[in-house]
Design a protein around this ligand. Structure first.
Ligand code: URP
Ligand code: ZN
Ligand code: ZN
Ligand code: ZN
Length: 483
C-alpha cells in the first residue's frame, strides 16, 4: 500500500520544489529527499501537482427532455484521463421534489464513480419544504446551493425567491451560486427569433447576448450583498459579467467567478459553421463569445478577479442534439470537456505564458478546494492530504479526437486541437488510475466528500453583517404621547 513518487518537481499553488512523495493508504505521509520503499513511480522531468478538481459537472442529469450522456463511470474515467481527480456535480431536484430525495437519487448514480466527488444542491423551486431541506442538505455535507436565473418555466427562480434562498444559505453558513442570465429577456428574445425564422443553432447565441449575463450577474451580486452571503458565479463567459465580479471584489464583496475552458478557448464563430451538427454540438448556456470576451476571461485568471476554471461537463450525443432540428430552443444545452480541461488550460495558459504553473494549480484545484471548504484534504500536496495527485508531463503531446476519448459521446468540441502537457500518472487516493497512457480506473473507488459549513469567509461576513446591521436609534427627549 506504499507508493513513492520519485524525482519530480512538486508544484502547488504557491511553491515549486524538488522532492519525493510517500503515499500510504491513500494519503500523503511524507515529502522529502531520497525517499525509498514500496512501488516507485518515476516523475523525472515532470511536475507533481494536486489533481484537478472540476467544480461544475452534470453527470447523468435529466435536462431538456433527456439525460446527459456521461454518467459517473464514463465521466470520472474521462476526468482521471485528463488529470482531474475530483468532480463536484449538481443535484437537481425536480419541481416539488425534496432536496434530500434528489440527493438520494444522485447517491444511487454516483456509486460507479472512479474518483472522489461532492455535490452542490440546486434550488429549482421555492417553498417551505425547500427551506427546511436546506438545513438537512448542509448537515449532509452539501453546503453550496445553485440558483438558475435562466431556463424560464423550468428551473428559473425569481428575485424574491433568490433573496429568501440566499438569506437561508447565509444563515446556514453555506455558499450561494448562480447561473446568471436574465431568463425573462432570453425567453422573449428566443420567441422573437423563432417567429422571424431564426431557428438554427446560431440563433442560440443571438438569444443570450453578453448583456443578459452581465445584468443577471450584477443583480445576483446585489441580492447576495443584501442577504449577507458569499456568492459563486458559475460559467462566467463575458466581460460584462466579469466586470461585475471584478467591481464587487474591489468593493470587498465575497464573490468568485468561474470561467469554463470552453469559453477560454472556443469562440462564437463555431455557431456559424455550415454543418448543423457542428454548431448544435456546441450549444450551451451561456454561449461561446468573441475574442474580446476571451481576453477578458484570461486577464481575470491572471489578475485573480476570476478564480476557478471548470467544464460544466454536460455532454449530449449528436442524436440528442438533433432534438432541436428546426428549433434551436430544443437543442439540449451543454458540452463536454472533463478530459480536456487540464491539457487545454496548460497548452493555452501555461505554454503561452499567460499563467504560471502555480497559477494553473490554483485555478484548476486549490482555489475551489478552499472556496468549498475541503482544503487541504483536497487541492494540496501536504502530509495528511488525500493522495489525489497528477504527475504532469509538460512534454507529452496528443491531438484531441473523439475516437480516442473516454466520454460516451460521439464527438469532441476540441476535435483536432493539439495539446502539449498531459498526465503521466493520475492518482486517486493513492490508486494509480492513469498509468502512462493506460486507463486503470476502478469503478466504485470514488467516495463522496461531505463538506462542512461556515468556513472562515462566512464567519467573517456574518460578523461584519452583525456589526453593520440596522439598529433603532435610542433617542432622548421623546415628546409625551397622547397629548
Ligand atoms: O448549457 C449548459 N450550461 N448546460 C448545463 C446546465 C447549466 O446551465 O449549467
Ligand atoms: Zn448553468
Ligand atoms: Zn452547469
Ligand atoms: Zn481503491
Amino acid at each position: 500500500m506504499t507508493t513513492i513518487i520519485k524525482n519530480g518537481t512538486i508544484v502547488t499553488a504557491d511553491l515549486t520544489y524538488k522532492a519525493d512523495v510517500r503515499i500510504e493508504n491513500g494519503v500523503i505521509t511524507e515529502i522529502g529527499q531520497g525517499l525509498k520503499g514500496g512501488t516507485e513511480l518515476d516523475a523525472t522531468g515532470a511536475y507533481v501537482m494536486p489533481g484537478g478538481i472540476d467544480p461544475h459537472t452534470h453527470l447523468e442529469m435529466p435536462f431538456m427532455g433527456t439525460y446527459s450522456a456521461d454518467d459517473f463511470e464514463s465521466g470520472t474515467r474521462a476526468a482521471l484521463s485528463g488529470g482531474t481527480t475530483m468532480v463536484v456535480d449538481f443535484v437537481l431536484p425536480g419541481q416539488g421534489q425534496g432536496l434530500m430525495d434528489a440527493a438520494q437519487m444522485w447517491h444511487n448514480k454516483s456509486g460507479r464513480a472512479s474518483c472522489d466527488y461532492s455535490y452542490h444542491m440546486a434550488v429549482t423551486w421555492w417553498g417551505e419544504k425547500v427551506w427546511e431541506d436546506m438545513a438537512a442538505s448542509v448537515k449532509a455535507g452539501m453546503t453550496s446551493f445553485k440558483h438558475f436565473m435562466a431556463y424560464k418555466g423550468a428551473l428559473m427562480v425569481n428575485d424574491d425567491e433568490l433573496f429568501q434562498s440566499f438569506r437561508r444559505v447565509g444563515d446556514l453558513g453555506g455558499l450561494a451560486m448562480v447561473h446568471a442570465e436574465n431568463g425573462d429577456v432570453v425567453a422573449e428574445l428566443t420567441a422573437k427569433l423563432i417567429a422571424e425564422g431564426n431557428v438554427g443553432p446560431e440563433a442560440h447565441a443571438y438569444s443570450r447576448p453578453p448583456q443578459v449575463e452581465g445584468e443577471a450577474t450584477n443583480r445576483a451580486i446585489m441580492i447576495a450583498d443584501m442577504a449577507g452571503v458569499p456568492l459563486y458565479v458559475v460559467h462566467t463567459s463575458c466581460e460584462e459579467a466579469h466586470e461585475a465580479i471584478r467591481r464587487a471584489r474591489q468593493a470587498g464583496k465575497r464573490v468568485w467567478g468561474e470561467p469554463l475552458i470552453q469559453h477560454l478557448t472556443l469562440d462564437e464563430s463555431e455557431y456559424f459553421h455550415p454543418d448543423w451538427d457542428h454548431a448544435a454540438r456546441r450549444v450551451m448556456s451561456p454561449p461561446f463569445r468573441n475574442k474580446q470576451h476571451q481576453d477578458s476571461l484570461w486577464a481575470g485568471l491572471q489578475s485573480g478577479s476570476l478564480s476557478c476554471v471548470a467544464t460544466d461537463h454536460c455532454a449530449f450525443t449528436t442524436e440528442q442534439k438533433r432534438f432541436g432540428l428546426g428549433n434551436f430552443a430544443k437543442i439540449p444545452n451543454g458540452t463536454g470537456g472533463l478530459e480536456d480541461r487540464m491539457p487545454m488550460l496548460w497548452t493555452h495558459g501555461v505554454a503561452t505564458g499567460r499563467l504560471t504553473p502555480n497559477e494553473f494549480v490554483a485555478v484548476t484545484s486549490t482555489n475551489i478546494a478552499k472556496i468549498l471548504n475541503m482544503y487541504p484534504k483536497k487541492g494540496a500536496v501536504l502530509v495528511g492530504a488525500d493522495a489525489d495527485l497528477v504527475v504532469w508531463d509538460p512534454e507529452k503531446e496528443k491531438t484531441i479526437t473523439a475516437s480516442a476519448q473516454q466520454s460516451a459521446i460521439d464527438y469532441n468540441v476540441f476535435e483536432g486541437q493539439k495539446v502539449k502537457g498531459l498526465p503521466r500518472y493520475t492518482m486517486t487516493r493513492g490508486h494509480v488510475a492513469i498509468n502512462d497512457g493506460k486507463v486503470e480506473t476502478r469503478e466504485g473507488h470514488g467516495k463522496f466528500v461531505a463538506r462542512e459549513a461556515r468556513p472562515a469567509v462566512n464567519r467573517a461576513l456574518s460578523q461584519w453583517k452583525d456589526l453593520t446591521a440596522p439598529r433603532p436609534v435610542a433617542r432622548t427627549g421623546i415628546p409625551a404621547t397622547g397629548v
